[in-house]
Design a binder for this molecule. Structure first.
Ligand code: NAD
Length: 362
């Protein structure tokens, strides 16, 4: 197949980790006979420096025409003045909104080799394989804000349509996994949550009767996520609860450098990025962990290009190198760390030699 992929390296370690992900995609393309075309565009601080805007029109135009977008990270001390009229993260929010990306997927499947880096006890992490689906374009983050001298308010609003579409996405995902969906809300207190619960129950009952649904209050979910993470398959929730729960879930994996994400809308176009930021403290040194960006490329293969076998192959290759102890500095014992480049080449080597699915197709 042929696919146009827009690459937005962004700032800090963004260019280093997206370059790694592109190298892996090129290797996948070569191995399976796919023609991936890459075009690089500006976003974030790099875009502000070059054009004065965090999301230049040319970048958005290219993203709209592409099959998928691969992003590094945006931001850094150079652009961190909160009073600045243009800030790097505006580029990220704007591209998500412009592409209608309402569902943010964050898979968390801690690898045994990285258990030691997590603050959670290993016996609780064993077998954990969950995905949090966070609603990304509604709720309190997008509601009307008001401020007077001694009061402030943020309006939380959800429509039936906004809830239906993200619950459907989560149901589709649950169907392709273990068939279990946990819908998280605060229905004992919030009206938006009562609507959320009603709509989630109806969508599952009428359209996905094969999916097993449970409702969970967000406060108890915060506890269960650490106490019994193995019990969850797909978790779907609204924007702010999802923001908090996904950061909590990231602690299960040990390092930010291991966690990918996908932001999806109605169609196939999606935006794929590691969950970590631009890590200015290690930028430009060639030591960043590229695995989260590479795993984001695997999500791109699966969700935007429909290449499930290729995606699984990349995931197996990353699992293989972790198993073999190929760790960058965020995971390695003193003196044992490999560089970004060495870690990337190790993944490509696995892809070329170990991937059974690839061999079967040849
Ligand atoms: P961060 O994720 O950039 O870094 C947190 C810590 O984790 C740092 O010590 C960093 O070195 C380490 N780290 C992160 N990714 C790593 C990797 N791949 N390999 C090895 N170590 C890694 O978060 P921060 O320091 O809070 O933010 C730095 C900048 O990134 C800020 O400007 C922030 O606004 C921005 N940011 C951007 C995004 C995004 O683009 N989606 C997300 C979060 C933060």
């Amino acid at each position: 197949m042929h696919a146009d992929i827009v690459v937005l390296p962004g700032d800090g370690i963004g260019p280093e980790v997206t370059a790694a992900a592109v190298q892996v995609l090129l290797a996948v393309g070569k191995r399976y006979g796919h023609g991936f075309r890459f075009s690089e565009h500006l976003i974030g601080g790099a875009a502000i420096d070059a054009t004065g805007e965090a999301l230049p029109a040319a970048t958005l135009e290219a993203a709209r025409r592409a099959d998928a977008v691969l992003l590094g990270a945006v931001g850094g001390p150079k652009w961190s003045d909160p009073r600045a009229p243009v800030r790097p993260e505006q580029g990220l929010l704007a591209i998500r909104a412009a592409l209608g990306l309402f569902a943010n997927l964050r898979p968390v499947a801690p690898h045994p080799a990285a258990f030691g880096a997590s603050p959670i006890k290993p016996h609780l992490l064993n077998g954990v394989d969950l995905v949090v689906v966070r609603e990304l374009t509604g709720g309190v983050y997008f509601g009307r804000r008001e401020r007077s001298d001694d009061r402030a308010s943020d309006l939380c609003e959800y429509s039936v349509g906004e809830i239906e579409r993200v619950v459907r996405r989560a149901c589709e995902l649950a169907r392709a996994r273990r068939g279990r969906l946990t819908s998280v809300d605060k229905a004992n207190v919030l009206e938006t949550s009562r609507l959320w619960r009603e709509v989630a129950a109806r969508v599952v009952r009428d359209e996905y009767p094969d999916v097993e649904l449970e409702h969970q209050l967000v406060d108890s979910m915060a506890m269960h996520l650490l106490a019994k993470p193995r019990e969850y398959d797909v978790i779907v929730t609204e924007n702010m609860f999802g923001d908090i729960l996904t950061d909590e879930a990231s602690m299960l994996a040990g390092s930010l450098g291991l966690l990918p994400s996908a932001s999806l809308g109605e169609g196939r176009v999606g935006l794929y990025e590691p969950i970590h930021g631009s890590a200015p403290d290690i930028a430009g040194r060639g030591i960043a962990n590229p695995y989260a960006a590479i795993l984001s490329a695997a999500l791109l293969l699966r969700h935007s290009l429909g290449l499930d076998a290729e995606a699984a192959c990349v995931e197996a290759a990353v699992a293989g190198v972790l198993e073999a102890g190929v760790f960058t500095a965020d995971l390695a014992a003193e003196g044992q760390a490999v560089s970004t480049r060495e870690a990337t080449l190790a993944v490509i080597d696995r892809l070329q030699h170990d991937c059974v699915v690839v061999e079967l197709r040849d």
